[in-house]
Design a protein around this ligand. Structure first.
Ligand SMILES: [Zn+2]
Length: 448
């Protein structure tokens, strides 16, 4: 057995100065444990012991307009482990003409044998048709409990398709996430900005107004209400969007909210940086204004945001972001973050949220919302031994040349931070130590 001792166990309900024993990939005992001679002792003194963090929004090995993301399941999950994340939920994408089950197989193959942390998949449905409808039951049986739709981009479904999908999804017990932005408004604004000679990164936030997010959130919530299906607003980024969620909740809509650290610490002034530096921050939705940052932080503190994910979608600055040097609409959208989410959340909130709330946002809630609880997201006997031993005292600075993410920059470059995982266990094995991967591939597919 491995015995983690001298640390403080954290659950959403409290803090406990107890030991925890791991055997065969599971948590087998929690309490005051007297180690036996051949037990391996893990010293967690001064540390908080969390159920391993879950990042329920990542894009690894994803082709976007002829570009493949810089991180695949090897480097992406290595970076996840280094930062304290033990399970990710990535997106299998069904492209036009493809089946849902084939899309799931395609993504499973991308991850198999490469993953340092556990992985599951949401199914992004981009071609809603009778065949897809009939596959939902089999998809559910294959361990997928969440779907995703887009209201923008060439992957978008129209409103009627989304409503049909929601109605069928409800029958099989899915939760449906949505990229909520009004696609035609964005495309139109991009065209008009370029016609007016605006090709730089400073035009990017102008093409994605907060109203286009809020309007889409409102529409998606009403479709959720009509269908009765539980829904999830992914990467919510605006104060206006939060207001729409609040209205929907008052009407009894079963709506969950995800947001991401970058929207709570970086703002749209980044797009005005000289020398094309703004491209490093081009993601959709874009970084927002101070008022949005304030509203999102408040929403986290009062419990209006359910889960924190990264939307990790990394592209190299030198060769990939560069494709949009003369036209901001050609910049591959997305930012890296899978490695730094836990420490950035500590940086933003410090003691404004308790260790229990932090545990809820980073671990238990994503496990519950996405059908993995209590196998994941819980410190209890019988749960998988995915454990993050967090040392709050370590002071360090985020540097791109000192990280596991396979990309040539980080949006958090130079940020001084506190705290780092001392040990990260995935299925009972040590996947990272002191912020470095141990280079073992313990990750397994998580049926949900
Ligand atoms: Zn995404």
């Amino acid at each position: 057995m491995k015995i983690i001792q001298n640390g403080t166990l954290v659950t959403p309900k409290g803090l406990y100065d107890l030991s925890l024993a791991i055997y065969n990939g599971k948590i087998v005992e929690i309490g005051e444990i007297t180690p036996k001679e051949d037990d391996e002792i893990i010293d967690a003194s001064g540390c908080l012991v969390f159920p391993g963090f879950i990042d329920a929004h990542t894009h690894l090995d994803l082709p976007v307009g002829g570009n493949l993301t810089a991180d695949d399941f090897e480097s992406g999950t290595r970076a996840a482990a280094a930062g304290g994340t033990t399970t990710i939920v990535d997106f299998a994408t069904q492209y036009e003409g493809d089946t849902l089950l084939n899309a799931l197989d395609t993504w499973k193959r991308k991850a198999e044998g490469k993953a340092h942390v556990n992985y599951a998949f949401h199914m992004a449905v981009c071609d809603w048709n009778d065949n897809a409808r009939h596959e939902l039951k089999a998809l559910r049986e294959a361990g997928v409990s969440s779907l995703k739709v887009y209201m923008a981009y060439d992957t978008a479904l129209n409103d009627a398709e989304i409503l049909e999908l929601l109605e069928d999804a409800k029958k099989y017990g899915f939760i449906v996430g949505c990229h909520c932005e009004n696609g035609s408004v964005i495309t139109n604004r991009q065209e008009r900005l370029k016609a007016g000679g605006r090709f730089g990164t400073d035009a990017h936030p102008l093409a994605h107004p907060a109203e286009a997010e809020a309007e889409a959130i409102s529409r998606f919530c009403y479709l959720g209400k009509l269908s009765g299906c539980p829904i999830n607003i992914v990467h919510l980024s605006t104060r206006l969007g939060l207001q729409e969620v609040k209205k929907a909740k008052e009407q009894g809509v079963k709506v969950y909210v995800e947001s991401c650290p970058q929207y709570m610490i970086l703002d749209e002034s980044k797009y005005e940086l000289p020398d094309f530096e703004g491209a490093k921050y081009v993601c959709s939705p874009p970084l927002r204004r101070a008022e949005d940052i304030y509203a999102l932080r408040e929403a986290v503190i009062v419990g209006d945001i359910d889960t924190i994910a990264t939307d990790h979608c990394s592209f190299r600055f030198d060769t990939q972001k560069n494709l949009g040097r003369d036209d901001f609409t050609k910049i591959p959208n997305g930012c890296p973050g899978i490695e730094h989410r836990p420490v950035i959340m500590k940086k933003i909130f410090g003691d404004q949220i308790s260790a229990m709330d932090y545990c809820r946002l980073m671990s238990s809630n994503p496990a519950k919302v996405f059908g993995m609880y209590p196998r994941k997201g819980a410190l209890q006997e019988g749960a998988d031994a995915d454990i993050t031993v967090w040392d709050p005292g370590v002071k360090w600075t985020i540097r791109a040349n000192d990280m596991e993410q396979n990309v040539d920059y980080t949006p958090f470059e130079g940020l001084k931070v506190e705290g780092r995982p001392r040990f990260v266990f995935v299925n009972g094995e040590l996947a990272a130590e002191n912020g470095r991967s141990t280079d073992i591939h313990m990750g397994e597919y998580v049926r949900r």
